[in-house]
Design a protein around this ligand. Structure first.
Ligand code: KG4
Ligand code: ZN
Length: 361
């Protein structure tokens, strides 16, 4: 008798990346057979942020061709699939519904299991994708593992007490009370007239600037593990006004009223230092409090070079971070989470499958 297929097709459409991956369980973690991403950044860039309606319409256009491309790159066909995994929360509701509907259709048509994945668990599982230079040494001796998820939508600290294939036994330690770290990067970048998403531009310009040139607040002093970044928008806006510039809010940019050259570099370096300082302080406090033996940083902001540099100075325990392609939103990480859920018998039953819904939070 033919053995059941181990190939899982994963779909991610929670925000502005439309992505499909084909994965399978490997000896210790998850192997990616193919992985395709269509980023909508150029579509949203003129608006300085994500427009949900544009996001869902584009997912609708791109998802089917991407599914075909992922199958073809993995040299398999629909009939070779053993399961489907899909992000169903949290995210933009219209965007999520496109992925969830496609996944339900595929699962129903092929009569194969459907696995619903929490996007945040997906980011955590980006650590367990095969062949990554900075994650290959992650072992049980690094437990409990402190995970800092820093993205455009979240700034959360988690403690993991186990590793796959076991349930990770995730404890959420803290989150941001308001804006996420990536949101602070993006919104402050917009005020300075930089392109969306601004995190990577700030990272680049900050390398040429003085981190002590301007004072930005380190919100929530005291003994907390929580974060708060919303005040940085006001601080940036006030700093720009004080310097005689006009913060860019929307519409056409007037370059003459926006910072350029060294002052822009200094603003970027000072803002980045404030965000990285807060993240590093909370992470070090959490390591001390939990006795974590390893630290992992995941999500788009984990690509930040100053954050990586400062943590390697201060954390004093081994640090793991996924390859850059798995830091930002992608379906491979959703596939990694789905494969283990499927293995643990957490796929939806036939009667539950068609009722699967999407949730914004
Ligand atoms: O994980 P992700 O792709 O999407 C969400 O789930 O939100 O993260 C995107 C975020 C954006 O806010 C972007 O500005 C930020 O990651 N980002 C960075 C860097 N690269 C991406 N922030 C700071 N420095 C970077 N190098
Ligand atoms: Zn994400």
């Amino acid at each position: 008798m033919e053995s059941p297929s181990k190939y899982l097709l994963a779909i991610e459409t929670s925000c502005d990346e439309c992505s499909v991956a084909i994965v399978q369980r490997s000896q210790r973690s998850v192997e990616v057979l193919s992985h395709v991403v269509f980023s909508q950044i150029e579509l949203h860039s003129p608006y300085g942020g994500i427009v949900p309606e544009i996001a869902s319409r584009n997912h609708l256009e791109m998802l089917t061709p991407l599914i075909r491309e992922a199958l073809s790159n993995a040299k398999i066909d629909f009939k070779d699939l053993g399961a489907v995994g899909v992000t169903n929360r949290p995210g933009l509701i219209g965007a999520l519904l496109v992925g969830v509907s496609a996944a339900k259709a595929l699962s129903y048509a092929r009569q194969i299991p459907l696995v619903a994945v929490d996007h945040l668990h997906g980011h955590i599982h980006s650590l367990f994708i095969d062949g990554q230079r900075n994650c290959s040494g992650l072992e049980t001796r690094h437990l409990p593992l402190l995970v800092c998820l820093v993205s455009g939508g979240h700034t959360n600290l988690y403690l993991l007490r186990d590793l796959p294939p076991h349930d990770l036994n995730i404890e959420k330690l803290s989150e941001s009370r308001d804006d996420a770290a990536g949101e602070a990067f993006d919104k402050c970048a917009k005020l300075m007239g930089l392109e969306y998403p601004g995190g990577k531009h700030i990272d680049r310009l900050a390398k040429l600037g003085n981190p002590r040139a301007f004072k930005f607040p380190r919100p929530l002093p005291g003994d907390t593990l929580e974060f708060s970044f919303s005040g940085l928008k006001t601080a940036m806006s006030m700093q720009l006004t004080q310097l005689g510039f006009k913060p860019h809010v929307f519409g056409d940019k007037d370059e003459t009223s926006l910072p350029q050259g060294q002052v822009l570099n200094d603003l970027c370096a000072s803002l980045q230092e404030a965000i990285v300082d807060v993240l590093t302080t909370r992470i070090c406090r959490a390591i001390e409090r939990t006795g974590a033996k390893g630290l992992a940083i995941v999500g788009g902001v984990s690509a930040n070079s100053r954050l990586r540099e400062k943590l390697s100075e201060k954390a004093k325990i081994p640090i793991f971070s996924p390859d850059l392609q798995y830091c930002t939103d992608n379906a491979a990480m959703i596939g990694a989470a789905a494969v283990f859920q499927w293995e643990r018998g957490e796929a939806l039953s036939k009667s539950e499958m068609l009722k699967l819904n999407a949730f914004s939070s």
